[in-house]
Design a protein around this ligand. Structure first.
Ligand code: PGA
Length: 255
């Protein structure tokens, strides 16, 4: 596991985008696992810039998103479908047929989850999975206590997660209670992981993820078991780390 601390959120975003772009350049037919939330927005902005100014080509890439709220239609402005189209897909040349976001309106959710897992396998598996981290240490919507071997399924959101995400809704009551999420086992099957964290609110979760024992109570700690994982944080998210970490990748583990 490689931990890299950048001075600012902008530098974190730029390095995140460079690492993703490297995968796209080396393997144009790559499968990218994508994430939502505030953290990846600036990384997506940088990827859009690379597409527009440097010709970064997503036309053969396939994408799978980590999660989606149950009960929000694709057009709902807080759905992750909407988020992904607004913040990335609309502005790059990805083929809409190759884009996958869990369907929060699926009638038969367990069947949908099985189908989603099958599509990932059929696409050849995820080459690079982008991750954020919750202030409670969740990855995707795998809340504390989630099975470390879990697969795509429906999860009840933690009250802390609902409170963290309430800022995007008119009131706490409107924040969905359930989500479809890739499981921790699904995420760990990706060939490479890239976890981004920004801001003081993530400092405790990042300290536990990088330096604490592996526990289902902090799902992100599972990343320690992945053979090719990179964590990029900004300075604020790194304040509780006790060991020294570099500001540049020592070896470019992602490829
Ligand atoms: P954030 O969410 O990027 O909005 O902080 C990250 C997460 O909850 O995984």
């Amino acid at each position: 596991m490689e931990v890299i601390i950048k001075e600012t959120p902008e530098q974190m975003a730029r390095l995140g985008a460079e690492l993703i772009a490297e995968v796209v350049r080396r393997k144009p037919k790559c499968v990218l696992g994508l994430a939502t939330g505030s953290t990846p927005v600036s990384t997506y902005r940088e990827l859009i810039r690379m597409h527009k100014n440097e010709g970064l080509d997503f036309s053969r890439a396939t994408t799978f998103n980590l999660d989606e709220y149950v009960g929000l239609a694709h057009e709902h402005d807080q759905s992750y479908h909407f988020f992904m189209w607004e913040n990335l897909f609309k502005q790059i040349n990805v083929n809409p047929k190759n884009v996958h976001v869990p369907d929060g309106m699926a009638k038969d959710i367990p069947a949908f989850c099985r189908w989603y897992e099958e599509q990932i396998v059929k696409a050849g598996g995820i080459d690079l999975q982008l991750l954020g981290i919750g202030s409670n240490g969740h990855i995707a919507f795998n809340e504390p206590g989630s099975s470390l071997g879990s697969r795509t399924r429906v999860k009840t959101l933690d009250e802390r997660t609902r409170a963290d995400n309430a800022r995007f809704f008119k009131s706490m009551n409107e924040v969905p209670k359930y989500a479809i999420t890739m499981g921790i086992g699904t995420i760990m099957d990706a060939r490479q992981l890239l976890l981004l964290a920004s801001g003081a609110g993530k400092a405790e979760a990042i300290q536990k993820t990088c330096e604490g024992p592996i526990t289902a109570m902090v799902p992100a700690t599972i990343v320690q078991l992945h053979p090719k994982a990179v964590i990029v944080t900004d300075k604020a998210a790194a304040v509780k780390l006790t060991r020294e970490y570099p500001a540049e990748p020592r070896v470019l583990v992602l490829q």
